[in-house]
Design a protein around this ligand. Structure first.
Ligand SMILES: Nc1ncnc2c1ncn2[C@@H]1O[C@H](COP(=O)(O)OP(=O)(O)OP(=O)(O)O)[C@@H](O)[C@H]1O
Ligand SMILES: [Mg+2]
Length: 522
């Protein structure tokens, strides 16, 4: 048996792994690849050696990649590449595939060597897309179901309204036959009154259908500042038609003007699911109360409910129904868990509620007593109250700085000049601006200071923009994130991402930040 040389053994070990590994020197040239890498990228063995690593990068992001590579060499630590961004790689035939890449550096006499381990995640991405599609499909079908429920309730009211109209018309027709003369003041007054009643009923019918149409057309969009009381009022009005005669619905709303960051359509759906559950729990009739409240969560309360401390708004649906036994209460949020008979429930109502609320940085609490009733409480991070708009000054362009003064923007960029500039532009326009020098610094400041918006660079040494955003949201969930970048738009394709392209101009920056915090010229 021959004894292989160390280099040969190493080569054998390298080729035996299922991972594709590419070694690069500090000028960005490939110095070695293993068999998996050659196969993954579609090159003959060793054909890649000597080429710049950018031959494996999609053309659109080549320049960005060179910048990233240089930045990595300044702080070469083992870490995943482009955390939070969607990366892709290019095969020899020009086709691209989504990739997860991790980097490891080695300092040698010949300079820093970097090993990139490349993982083809085509299948995972496809699976994720499938899941998202199914979720969207589910959202849509729940919505259709809700519209069905609402339509049934509204059809009932609509019928009553039509009844009024037909009845009035009949009375008027009779009058025409029976009144001696239509040309007296009394007869005219009577005619007018009858016609007005028809007109009123017609208006009411139009309102009913308009509400239904608005609900039906509301697409699932994205998180935006929404007034909780407004959603509760509208949803309650719509739902009041679907409850049947023995169930009453009242609202006790105490968060006038206060807003949360949520998808309006989904939040309506949450309320809808809770109210319909409450109705179903009261077959003999009863009372449903929808209430809202401002809830400042102290450290201790916050710990109990598993949320970061801070201001929250609660949305509560209380019923006087059957209540939920403990052994069932443990399972109600599970998808497909239902106690209703076949065809009556899918068991997805509360799972949807839970998903939506969590996505918005909140939580759902359940309190129930068998035979007495049930309370579902939703807590959502509160956005800062909107300052009262200043009295309009005719003809002069509106000065928005007073309204901007209520918001605090945290600016993070590793380039001193850039972050100073952005902060200065913001301050001059009325905003409060804070400067963070690193991701860690940003998180620390957000922990101790009430920050409304994080304006951050995307790729930085140390914590990246998306990493920082995640960490800041963990301590201050109501923060809205805006990325500024010269090139990362090509790398990041997430849909919810708010971007401003460098170079930043005052006009573009203000337009974006004003929009994010909800300031619009009057
Ligand atoms: N207010 C309530 N009072 C009593 N039981 C409730 C209440 N809300 C939910 N439940 C219980 O939780 C279960 C799960 O609720 P969920 O909304 O997830 O599904 P579902 O109402 O059964 O079906 P779907 O909402 O899909 O029509 C219900 O079947 C019921 O047993
Ligand atoms: Mg339900």
């Amino acid at each position: 048996m021959s004894v292989a040389a160390p280099a040969e053994r190493f080569r054998w070990l390298l080729d035996a792994t299922a991972m594709a590994i590419v070694g690069v020197d500090d000028t960005g040239h490939i110095i070695m690849t293993n068999r998996q890498a050659d196969r993954l990228f579609g090159y003959p063995p060793d054909a890649l050696v000597g080429h710049p690593i950018e031959v494996l990068v999609p053309e659109a992001v080549e320049r960005a990649h060179i910048a990233y590579r240089n930045q990595y060499l300044l702080d070469p630590r083992t870490r995943p590449m482009g955390h939070g961004l969607k990366l892709s790689a290019r095969r020899q035939d020009g086709t691209e595939f989504p990739a997860e890449i991790s980097l490891a550096a080695l300092e040698t006499d010949d300079g820093i060597l970097v090993a990139a381990t490349v993982h083809d995640i085509t299948e995972r991405v496809a699976a994720e897309r499938d899941r998202e599609r199914m979720q969207a499909e589910l959202d849509r079908s729940r919505r259709l179901e809700s519209i069905g429920q609402l339509a049934a309730g509204i059809a009932h009211d609509f019928n009553n309204t039509l009844g009024i109209m037909f009845g009035q018309v009949e009375v008027l027709l009779d009058d025409m036959d029976e009144l001696p003369s239509l040309d007296t003041p009394d007869a005219r007054a009577e005619l007018r009154a009858g016609l007005s009643r028809i007109q009123e009923a017609g208006k009411r019918a139009a309102q009913l259908t308009q509400g239904l149409l608005a609900f039906g057309q509301r697409q699932v969009l994205h998180a935006e500042p929404v007034e909780l009381d407004q959603i509760a009022t509208e949803a309650a009005r719509m739902l009041s038609h679907s409850l049947g005669g023995r169930v009453t619905l009242t609202t006790e709303l105490n968060t006038t003007g206060r807003r949360v960051l949520a998808d309006r359509g989904k939040l309506e759906q949450v309320l809808f699911n809770l109210v319909i559950n409450a109705r179903d729990a009261m077959p003999q009739g009863g009372r449903i109360t929808v209430s809202t409240e401002s809830v400042p969560l102290t450290d201790e309360d916050a710990h109990t409910v598993g949320l970061p401390p801070g201001p929250y708004l609660s949305l509560r649906v209380r019923d006087t129904g059957t209540g939920i036994p403990v052994e069932i209460a443990e399972r109600v949020f599970e998808p497909f868990f239902t106690t209703k008979s076949e065809g009556q429930g899918t068991g997805l109502g509360l799972a949807t509620v839970h998903g939506t609320v969590q996505q918005a940085g909140g939580t759902v609490l359940l309190d129930s007593r068998v035979g007495e009733g049930t309370v579902f409480t939703i807590l959502l991070p509160a956005l800062k109250p909107r300052p009262a708009p200043p009295p309009p000054t005719p003809n002069a362009p509106e000065d928005l700085s007073a309204r901007r003064a209520a918001y605090r923007i945290l600016v993070l960029d590793d380039e001193v000049e850039l972050r100073d500039l952005a902060a200065q532009l913001l301050r001059r326009s009325g905003y409060q601006a804070l400067i963070a020098t690193s991701g860690e610094d940003a998180v620390e400041q957000a922990r101790t200071t009430d920050v409304d918006v994080l304006l951050t660079d995307v790729s930085m040494p140390g914590m990246s923009g998306p990493q920082t955003a995640d960490a800041v949201r963990a301590v201050r969930p109501s923060v809205q994130v805006v990325y500024m970048s010269g090139y990362a738009r090509a790398l990041a394709t997430g849909e919810d991402v708010v971007f401003i392209e460098k170079p930043i101009t005052k006009a573009s920056l203000l337009k974006l930040i004003d929009g994010v915090v909800g300031i619009r010229p009057a």
